[in-house]
Write a protein that binds this ligand. Sequence first.
Ligand SMILES: Nc1ncnc2c1ncn2[C@@H]1O[C@H](COP(=O)(O)OP(=O)(O)OP(=O)(O)O)[C@@H](O)[C@H]1O
Ligand SMILES: [Mg+2]
Length: 266
Amino acid sequence: MKEYNWEERNIIRMPGEIALHTEDLHVYYGSNEAIKGVDLEFEKNKITALIGPSGCGKSTYLRSLNRMNDGIASASVTGKIVYKDVDVNASNIDVYEMRKRIGMVFQRPNPFSKSIRENITFALKQHGLKDKKQLDEIVETSLKQAALWDQVKDNLDKSALALSGGQQQRLCIARAVAMKPDILLLDEPASALDPISTGTVEETLIKLKEDYTIIIVTHNMQQAARISDYTAFFYLGNVIEYDATPKIFTRPKIQATEDYVSGHFG
Ligand SMILES: Nc1ncnc2c1ncn2[C@@H]1O[C@H](COP(=O)(O)OP(=O)(O)OP(=O)(O)O)[C@@H](O)[C@H]1O
Ligand SMILES: [Mg+2]
């Protein structure tokens, strides 16, 4: 391993409206401190990519943003996650309601073993929406937003499990979008997909940022460069550099970032 000065940081503040930010966020799994005090701002209607080597805490950080770490017994999260002046990390938060505003799409497509339509309407019905016309409208809009409508519109009552991996992932995006969240968190949403499906998911995300703020973990440097507006480089639980994506990929301020994005790290 090359000698780096790990005290060096370049973390910019966002120029525009901020949709979400964290203050001194720490995540522990038992005594292992996986996130070591991260302060980041996420700009509204932008795509922010989280990059960094395996095990550096990207998923842990992302999951903490809508309290998915609550389900992990050994995990504890300290610090603030601020969304619309509310601390999402506070104990009195209605996590169920909050997740309608801050939705998540996972690495492996995980549709329910139900029809395509029901995958989208299930949570809406749980929230009390019964009107068939309204439900149909949401099914159509969210499938269109996820660039899946044309392929499935005649088969809405077929099993979601019969879709290809790429289609399943877009269905999961449609399912998340159907809840009309403000913020969409995605953990390597294209890592299990072929290049063509990956391209479609990327185009979908670029379109979605008109309506949503998107935070995406990716191992794919080209993908981060193609679709994101801002990029954060994580290393061992810290954010080392956070800047506009073109800067991160062409002239980062920190040597470790430069080596990582050019494949010469370590
Ligand atoms: N459920 C868990 N229980 C205990 N430790 C965990 C858990 N999930 C992650 N960790 C630990 O937290 C640290 C960060 O892991 P995390 O999964 O956030 O990294 P990552 O950057 O997403 O890696 P990858 O790129 O491989 O997905 C690692 O040391 C990992 O072992
Ligand atoms: Mg991960």
